[in-house]
Design a protein around this ligand. Structure first.
Ligand code: GLN
Length: 547
């Protein structure tokens, strides 16, 4: 039977609840248990797919094509368990399901209320996949006391009562502020947060306290006494240099032991932490450093390219070097020379993005990388930019562009080397879209197979003739230009199984120049760096050793 750990937060947001959940998942795995992690978000958007990356950070895409919260990326990176569409839900999704049922007449004329109808729907969500794993870790977004979050807190309270005794525990994450003047860690905000939680019927079993330094015995005892938890279930979460130290740090603090104790699992299986010791060693003891320029649009918020940043770190770990990624706003190149900003980098990466703003700058970055023989990695929009650059500067189509940049009336402004894809094959059925379709959930989303050309650089890197990678885009490179582009040395080395959609382009005459239509960063893990990121960083390392 699956045991549930509910993870809630208090005092302030951004305490690293997602990371704590992911690290706990990794530690339970290290003790031989199977896990699945889930996120319940109280906002009213149906999913984060239509939310601005400036505001919400990256949208993490699952194999089965869901656009989810970036915390699911943490979960996957730490456990290696591929997230599914059913591992993420929001109030918006819950309410829209309840309202659809109401319209269909499923409730037989009853008055629809938050309790029981909304809470029942949340509980239905929690039950999906029950029995498949030893543990289900469910993180509730936001902090206790938020109005939007209440139905979720009520639902997990009810759920724990519905289950047999001892099947559910509650872990609460808070902040212990440090007051410099008195040299004290303050426990009062945590006490209030737990009081709030208990007022809605939830008593935490484990308290994880974020603090700058260790928690002295006196404060630990005070927290235990006033928050009604055992002293050894008060876990300190100190600031770390790297997130990949979290599993070992939490283990030293006794998090996994406290959770197993709360479930009365005794004797607890001994953990095997070799994987995380190796990861920590690679993070802490790099043998060199490479500098990568990430030329994008959403550069003010690093979370907007969360997985790209992590995958670069993993690529560094594979090569035992530290990757120093610098985020450069492509719009700078509208007015200034790209070369002045890109000189000195060992590799250039153009990540995914939407809309025209910044694209001219990205094209200049591609040109710089191509002509100066600097390793270039183009992801999604970054591949489209590489193709447009070649079409303009090598094929001679001066006005090459993408249909994404047509004006609002849909009037073409460029020769569409990249066009709006309206029909494609997914598995064994075909999907159709119109340009006027609603925005949410209508892209080419999720895992698709690509066949790699024999002898190509990517076939060598992957060491396989065919691959599966995750997609999230509306536009596609037009095969009508293939021959002209190939004559200019831009090879189409990965294609969809039906041979219609280009998935990868590369330049054999360049030290490392690859563009991919998919998002490889989503599948990279610290203990299994993605082959493309590992090889890109290797090429950048070679450059760094030459200079
Ligand atoms: N905007 C481009 C498209 O929709 C690229 C998307 C992306 O980079 N994820 O095709």
């Amino acid at each position: 039977m699956t045991r549930y750990v509910f993870i809630t937060g208090g005092v302030v947001s951004s305490l690293g609840k997602g990371l704590a959940s992911a690290a706990l998942g990794a530690l339970l795995q290290a003790r031989g248990f199977t896990v699945r992690l889930r996120k319940l978000d109280p906002y009213l958007n149906v999913d984060p797919g239509t939310m601005s990356p400036f505001e919400h950070g990256e949208v993490f895409v699952t194999d089965d094509g869901a656009e989810t919260d970036l915390d699911l990326g943490h979960y996957e990176r730490f456990t290696g368990v591929a997230a599914r569409a059913t591992d993420s839900v929001s109030s918006g999704r819950i309410y829209s399901t309840v309202l659809e049922k109401e319209r269909r007449g499923d409730y037989l004329g009853k008055t629809i209320q938050v309790i029981p109808h909304v809470t029942d729907q949340i509980k239905e969500f929690l039950k999906i996949g029950a029995g498949e794993t030893d543990f289900m870790l469910c993180e509730i977004g936001g902090t206790v006391g938020d109005i939007e979050g209440l139905p979720f807190f009520e639902a997990i309270r009810q759920f724990s009562q519905d289950q047999p005794r001892g099947q559910c525990i509650f872990m609460h994450l808070t902040l212990l502020p440090y007051i410099k003047a008195s040299g004290e860690l303050k426990t009062k905000p945590t006490q209030h947060s737990v009081k709030e939680l208990r007022a809605i019927g939830i008593a935490p079993d484990v308290l994880v306290c974020r603090s700058e330094g260790p928690i002295p015995v006196k404060e630990r005892e005070k927290l235990a006494l006033f928050c009604n938890v055992r002293p050894d279930s008060v876990i300190a979460a100190q600031d770390l240099k790297s997130i990949y130290e979290a599993p070992l740090a939490y283990h030293r603090e006794g998090l996994d032991q406290a959770v197993l104790d709360a479930f009365q699992i005794s004797p607890a299986p001994r953990p095997n932490l070799v994987r995380w010791e190796d990861v920590a060693d690679r993070v802490e003891n790099p043998e060199g450093e490479v500098k990568i320029a990430v030329v994008g649009k959403y550069t003010q918020l690093e979370d907007a390219y969360k997985s790209v940043g992590e995958a670069l770190t993993h690529g560094g770990m594979a090569n035992r070097v530290r990757v120093r990624a610098e985020w450069i706003d492509a719009e700078i190149f509208d007015a200034e020379d790209a070369g002045a900003h890109l000189e000195g980098f060992h590799g250039i990466l153009v990540p995914g993005g939407f809309g025209e703003r910044g694209t001219e700058g990205k094209i200049k970055a591609v040109e710089f990388a191509r002509t100066r023989q600097v390793p270039y990695f183009g992801i999604c929009l970054g591949m489209q930019m590489a193709v447009i650059e070649a079409a303009r500067n090598l094929v001679g189509l001066d006005d090459a562009g993408s249909e994404e940049f047509d004006d609002e009336a849909g009037q073409a402004r460029f020769t569409p080397v990249v066009y709006h894809l309206k029909e494609w094959v997914q598995g064994n059925h075909s999907v159709r879209r119109k340009k006027t379709d609603a925005k949410g959930g209508t892209m080419r989303l999720g895992a698709y197979t690509a066949h790699l050309s024999e002898g190509s650089r990517v076939a060598g890197i992957y060491g396989a003739p065919s691959i599966e990678e995750r997609h999230r885009h509306r536009y596609e490179v037009d095969m009508a230009f293939r021959e002209r582009l190939e004559q200019q040395g831009l090879m189409f080395s990965g294609m969809s199984p039906d041979g219609r959609l280009p998935e990868i382009v590369e330049r054999p005459d360049h030290p490392w120049f690859i563009g991919v239509q998919f998002h490889p960063e989503l599948k990279s893990k610290p203990f299994a760096p993605h082959p493309l990121f590992a090889d890109f960083v290797r090429a950048a390392t070679d450059v760094s050793r030459l200079v």
